[in-house]
Design a protein around this ligand. Structure first.
Ligand code: ADP
Ligand code: MG
Ligand code: MG
Length: 252
């Protein structure tokens, strides 16, 4: 599904990613963890196709295509979902209208007709139940005055509606409370399936208490320095990131 090979990237001339390799297959849930400033959001940003990040080396293939050649919009239409790709707040535009547009653009790209109103409503109802979101949230202007938990619920709902092949959730928000983390984890657990891959980026070990990732990777200083199963997350919780840094310095 996703194959990242030797990615080096820089921002404003400063090298941030220093050779990232990552293979993600359909059905897998990967967690990428690491201390603040290690390059986690940079990795998400280059996958989203943000222009300010310059890729200086390496390749990314997504569903057999050269992802770096695709525009951000086409990446989304191919089935990539990044929560933060979507606008933070748009006064006057409801989540419902926003999702309808995104969904129909995606259908058009794949040669399908727009969903008729009845089918769209049916889909909305089904997904609202699945991720337990209240209707009132969907008719309000997107994210305007939403609490942290409501924003997360909204993101998970967008993901449920757009049915991505690959979803990447970057939990950057340092203000996430335990409820918001639980909403994200429950959403991921409900939306995981054999055909979909999910990457959760976080520096919160707590998130993994609710989420059972198949793989955990630790990103330090622009490199994945350790990969393992969820036991690695437990080890991190117990010992902190310093134990990895210590291991690395011993190996030098
Ligand atoms: P993380 O998500 O792991 O906390 P980031 O990817 O946000 O780390 O940041 C990694 C490094 O890149 C930091 O030193 C940060 O200051 C720098 N950086 C990230 N984005 C930008 C940007 N748009 N402009 C300048 N520096 C940036
Ligand atoms: Mg950060
Ligand atoms: Mg970040």
């Amino acid at each position: 599904m996703l194959s990242i090979k030797n990615i080096h990237a820089s921002v404003e001339g400063k090298q941030i990613l220093k050779g990232i390799d990552l293979e993600v297959k359909a059905g897998e849930v990967h967690a990428i963890m690491g201390p603040n400033g290690s390059g986690k959001s940079t990795l998400a940003s280059i996958l989203a196709g943000r222009e300010e990040y310059e890729i200086t080396e390496g390749s990314v293939s997504f569903l057999g295509k050269d992802m770096l050649e695709l525009s951000p919009e086409d990446r989304a239409r191919e089935g990539l979902f990044l929560a933060f790709q979507y606008p933070v707040e748009i006064p006057g535009v409801s989540t419902t209208n926003f999702i309808k547009t995104a969904l129909n653009e995606k259908r058009k790209y794949h040669g399908q007709q727009p969903l008729d109103a009845v089918s769209f409503l049916k889909l909305m109802k089904e997904k609202m139940q699945l991720v337990e979101i209240d209707k009132s949230l969907l008719t309000r202007s997107i994210n305007e005055g939403f609490s942290g938990g409501e924003k997360k619920r909204n993101e998970i709902f967008q993901m449920a509606m757009l049915e991505p092949k690959l979803a990447i959730l970057d939990e950057t928000d340092s203000g996430l409370d335990i409820d918001a983390l639980r909403i994200v984890a429950n959403g991921v657990n409900k939306l995981r399936n054999n055909e979909r891959a999910i990457i959760v980026i976080t520096h919160y070990q707590r998130l993994l208490d609710y989420l059972q990732p198949d793989f955990v990777h630790v990103l330090v200083n622009g490199r994945i320095v350790k990969s393992g199963t969820k036991e690695l997350a437990l080890e991190l919780e117990e010992k902190g990131y310093d134990f990895i840094k210590d291991e690395l310095s011993l190996a030098e």
